[in-house]
Design a protein around this ligand. Sequence first.
Ligand code: NAD
Length: 396
Amino acid sequence: MATVLCVLYPDPTDGHPPTYARDSIPEIARYPGGETTPSPRGIDFVPGQLVGSVSGGLGLRPYLEKAGHRFVVTSDKEGPDSEFERLLPEADVVISQPFWPAYLDADRLAKARRLRLAVTAGVGSDHVDLGAAIERGITVAEVTYSNSLSVAEHAVMQILALVRDYLPAHDIVRAGGWNIADAVKRSYDIEGMEVGVVAAGRIGRAVLERLKPFGVRLAYFDKHRLPADVEKELGTTYHDDVRALTAAVDVLSIHAPLQPETYRLFDDELIGTMRRGSYIVNTARAAIVDRDAVVRALESGRLAGYAGDVWYPQPPPADHPWRSMPHEAMTPHMSGSSLSAQARYAAGTREILEAFFDGTPIREEYLIAAGGALVGAGAHAYTAAAGQASPGSTGR
Ligand code: NAD
């Protein structure tokens, strides 16, 4: 019998939804490129219903309990007295989500003496100290691609919301007003602008693809260059250095993993090299930017807008400056947790658990670290080495 400790965000404030806005979600069998969406032996939830919060338990309870395992789901994750930290020494498997991360820094991993598998129900395992996990031979897996396109849609929405100044215009209507000049005085068309992405992996490339029909000029930086035919089809310019990209665009969307090279990359100096009136959208990880540098750049006008859905720590305190800074279009960390995405990452988590308990290989593309090294998707996206601390794992 194994103990599976699962940390999920709290239920809706008015309880688990008795009904839903839609009766079903589209069935998607493959991602672009051909990889199949998660295919566990079975699922015990209805796709399109809320499984990502505590009472939904990712739909895993019937499967795990029938197999004789102990399944504990909690949202209580902060500090030594939290249920998460109290149960950590008993856990064989930890499941966490980036939206409500159960930070697994080196100290917590040292307490997790039985831990063999840390699953990210989603994409992005920076809340786990990958260097310490490598040292301890813990397998880290995530549901690669499960919500990448969900995030790409959100990033495109936030780019348009900022450039067109959608939210202030909407607020005018809600307040009973009708001053068109107020609504348009910061509103532009994106057409003709130069739009860049930092990292053109699954999300960044999908953002480029989705923006192409808007008649923008596209550019990107990534440590792995896209194939020449893809660059040509997108009409995108490659910059081999982040500084060259930031200086050349009006809109920048960030899609790199959080790791030592990207930690606080966007500081006063780098943001200062951007054109006056640039926009940044960050749906990757908040700690890739310097929190207060963003506020200063919005106040000075260097940035005309900042949006995203990632914060640090998560959840952020009520007085976090990004809640009240000017020209923001922030959301809570929800882009990768739409009901559509939940169906995929819940099924993918089940697929990973089935492989783990059956003793069969976990899909290579789901693996971040295993056997004391970065492997699979992790070897492509991350750089952690044994013992090297991951900056996102402490939650600070
Ligand atoms: P991916 O692995 O497909 O792409 C990551 C890309 O980053 C790769 O192309 C890699 O070469 C590039 N990269 C790595 N280090 C880099 C560096 N130092 N500089 C430039 N490029 C670098 O992953 P993805 O599905 O595109 O997701 C990207 C990130 O988005 C995740 O790591 C995660 O942090 C974030 N994410 C956020 C949400 C959300 O809900 N907001 C959901 C999913 C993923």
